[in-house]
Design a binder for this molecule. Structure first.
Ligand SMILES: [Zn+2]
Length: 154
């Protein structure tokens, strides 16, 4: 894997599926919302391949994640260079872009919050039993393997 594999992934051309995904995420308003969130956070937004936008330099500490995705917009407090060797994380975020297309866009946000709540009850963290994070790949998103509160050792 070359050192610029992350950004190379986001430079891939459209496939017919990513064209559909891009259109769906505009129509279901998740991409406009993501762009608004990024702009509100003072991020620099660049268009990338596969219909994605990469918004870097986001200035708020919430949500607590190295990157998060709203619609086809991947948002991060990091700068562009930070993504150079983060192919796996970008693949994870790209899966979230796809989830927005399937989960009716902005409707995904309350569903995601519900997933966070369920995961907190079962595991005490927001990812372990959150179906959206499980489907996007926990390890790829730098999340720990799933575990329950009951199994945890002090
Ligand atoms: Zn994720």
């Amino acid at each position: 894997m070359s050192s610029d594999a992350g950004l190379a992934f986001l430079s891939l051309p459209h496939t017919s599926w990513t064209r559909v995904r891009t259109a769906i995420n505009w129509v279901n308003l998740s991409t406009p919302l993501g762009l608004a969130v990024a702009r509100f956070g003072g991020a620099t937004i660049v268009r990338r391949g596969r219909g994605t936008h990469l918004a870097t330099g986001y200035r708020f500490g919430f949500p607590q994640a190295s990157a998060f995705t709203v619609g086809s917009v991947i948002i991060s407090a990091q700068d562009l260079a930070w993504f150079d060797d983060r192919l796996i994380l970008l693949r994870h975020e790209d899966r979230h872009c796809t989830q927005y297309a399937f989960a009716l866009g902005v409707v995904m946000l309350p569903l995601y919050v519900l997933g966070v709540a369920v995961s907190y009850v079962l595991a005490g963290d927001h990812s372990s039993y959150n179906p959206f994070e499980r489907l996007a790949g926990l390890a790829d998103g730098n999340y720990p393997p799933p575990r329950t509160r009951f199994a945890r050792r002090p």
